[in-house]
Ligand binder design. Structure first.
Ligand code: ATP
Length: 375
């Protein structure tokens, strides 16, 4: 394990910012630390870089405990949201600055500056000042500066948040390429779930100082381990229901029973449960289609989003499901049946938010199905 956080806890006075967080990053892996504002991401970054001394827990780099090691003695490269390039130094001098602290011969240092500027495709800008570069080019110089010293781990702290959407997507691809080519172990910190899913081998999803889920993006998306992951990663229809049978697990929503074949639970019948369904996993059939996992309802809204329609169907008073659909939508007021594939249904116990539906075994997939770049 290249980076290991072991039961990391941090308080600012009475404020518990990070609560017993543990995860590790393997050599060459790109892990995204994902969560909303205030969930503790920056505190974790600062514990890794050495700018925060955690209240308890340990930080290890390549197996060595660095919890008490000062920042300058840790082999951590970092790129922040805001530019930290020195405006009076050229691009080449900025990259060389990251190497100066290391015991590297001047000649080798020059070679490394060339190599890393070439890696980020800025070898022709070596003598330029940062002010002469575009926002995207400045980010790439910072990447080169952070990676050139070949750190144990590269931390990218919301590096794309201050950029416009098109540039963000281009740079995201650049970061993926550079990370693949260098194999640098990377922690990518972001609040943007699409960015995290597009880039990362694994996600660590945080909420309110806690880890809510760790896993491959698709696994977490399809089988969210917690209601927070279900609602934070992509969109989710959420409704409350009652457990009416334990094997196979059956839940009642108003007068309708949903039987989930192949599942069982030891929860008592009558328990409250919370159900999550992905809008992109649902489909609509004409009214009367009779399948075990379906709910009749009435179309109440249709949003035309260009590439797809969001069709809202009221299946019970107060319970509406959004269904994503690319084909022509039904009309408002029409009676329809919403089909729920059983793998799309995540059920959590009402109180502890514990997942009750079995995590589906990953299906065999074509390599073309994987939305993330192959290494
Ligand atoms: P953001 O994306 O908004 O920076 P974050 O996920 O990085 O959020 P942190 O900045 O680590 O989260 O903050 C976690 C919690 O700790 C928040 O409730 C925040 O208000 C609190 N906090 C952070 N820094 C301090 C501080 N220096 N003193 C007191 N409380 C702090």
């Amino acid at each position: 394990m290249t980076l290991e956080l072991d039961s990391l806890t941090h308080r600012y006075g009475d404020e518990l910012a990070v609560d017993d967080v543990s995860f590790g990053i393997e050599s060459g892996e790109l892990v995204a630390l994902l969560g909303p504002s205030g969930c503790g991401k920056t505190t974790i970054v600062q514990a890794i870089t050495g700018h925060v001394r955690p209240t308890s827990g340990r930080v290890r780099l390549r197996g060595t405990d660095v919890t008490d090691t000062p920042p300058e003695s840790r082999e951590v490269g970092i790129v922040f949201q805001r530019s930290t390039l020195f405006p009076h130094m050229t691009v080449g001098e900025n990259v060389a600055y990251g190497l100066a602290a290391r015991d590297i011969e001047p000649e080798r240092r020059e070679q490394l500056v060339d190599e890393y500027l070439e890696l980020v495709d800025l070898d022709d800008q070596r003598t330029a000042l940062p002010e002469a570069l575009s926002g995207g080019q400045r980010r790439r110089v910072e990447l080169a500066r952070a990676i050139a010293p070949q750190p144990d781990v590269l931390v990218l702290d919301e590096p794309l948040s201050a950029l416009d959407r098109a540039l963000r997507e281009r740079l995201r691809d650049e970061i993926a390429r550079i990370q693949r080519e260098t194999g640098v172990t990377t922690l990518f910190v972001t609040h943007d779930q699409e960015e995290a899913m597009a880039l990362a081998d694994r996600l660590v999803v945080m909420n309110d100082g806690d880890v809510s889920g760790i896993g491959a993006p698709r696994t977490l998306y399809e089988s969210p381990p917690t209601p927070f992951v279900a609602s934070f990663l992509g969109r989710s229809n959420t409704f409350s229901a009652t457990l009416t049978a334990r094997q196979p697990m059956t839940v009642a929503l108003g007068d309708h029973e949903i039987v989930i074949d192949g599942t069982e639970t030891d929860r008592p019948t009558g328990s409250d449960v919370t159900c999550h369904l992905r809008p992109d996993a649902l489909s609509i059939r004409p009214s009367g289609s009779d399948r075990a996992l379906s709910l009749p309802g009435e179309v109440t809204r249709i949003a035309d989003l260009g590439r797809r329609y969001d069709v809202t169907v009221r299946v019970e008073p107060g319970v509406e499901l959004v269904v994503e659909r690319t084909a022509a939508p039904p009309t408002i007021g029409e009676s329809v049946t919403v089909e729920l594939p059983s793998h799309a249904l995540s059920i959590f116990s009402g109180e502890e938010n514990e997942r009750l539906t079995e995590r589906a075994a990953p299906e065999a997939r074509s390599q073309f199905d994987d939305p993330r770049p192959q290494s």
